[in-house]
Design a binder for this molecule. Sequence first.
Ligand code: ADP
Ligand code: MG
Length: 222
Amino acid sequence: MSGATSISYDDVVAWINTFAATIRAQKDYLTALDSAIGDADHGINMDRGMQAAIAKLPGLPARDVGAAFKSVGMTLVSTVGGASGPLYGTFFLQFGTATAGRESIGVDDVNRALDAAIAGIQRLGKAEAGDKTMLDALLPARDALHAAAESGASLEEALARMAEAAEQGMLATTPLVARKGRASYLGERSAGHQDPGATSSYLLLKAAADTWSGSASGEAPG
Ligand code: ADP
Ligand code: MG
């Protein structure tokens, strides 16, 4: 897929499968992060939801990118308890609404879909930049993707810059004091730990970048 200028239905399915495989591989790590500032279930939550989500993809009736994302969103909402189920569910539902009826999408579509997905998370969770949540990975990633698209970067380069910004945002959550979610109950003691949701959001966008650079294995480990 290296050098491609648009994202096909099969690419989207590969991205979702790569994300699910990455979550499975990083399940214990995500749960360990959540044990420091939450209730030690983030890896378990995300793995349960993504395994259920990928099981439904082969049975979808049409090669509709939006329908694939919406299916993932509905499955996450219905199978994942905790904050991350509805939040990631909304992300994928909004991403799917923005790409409804499309057999392939380009970088401008990804930009619009990511904007809609982030807006959905903010409507639901009311978090802002710096609150030590998944948004601290998603917001800088969104800005980097917009900037890359404006500068005329290739699809592959734009997605790579998006993932790089998400990683920096994820790392920058460590010193923050949580103001939203379970970690906020800890107050100042939440500082000094990387946010689990920002970490899974980085993994989502990294899976996208890896899918279009051709470096994703797409296979579950073990
Ligand atoms: P729970 O906190 O219910 O146990 P998870 O452990 O699965 O759910 O997910 C925790 C993650 O959810 C946090 O690390 C944070 O990134 C994210 N999160 C929590 N509340 C919000 C919110 N209001 N807005 C955005 N993200 C949030
Ligand atoms: Mg938790």
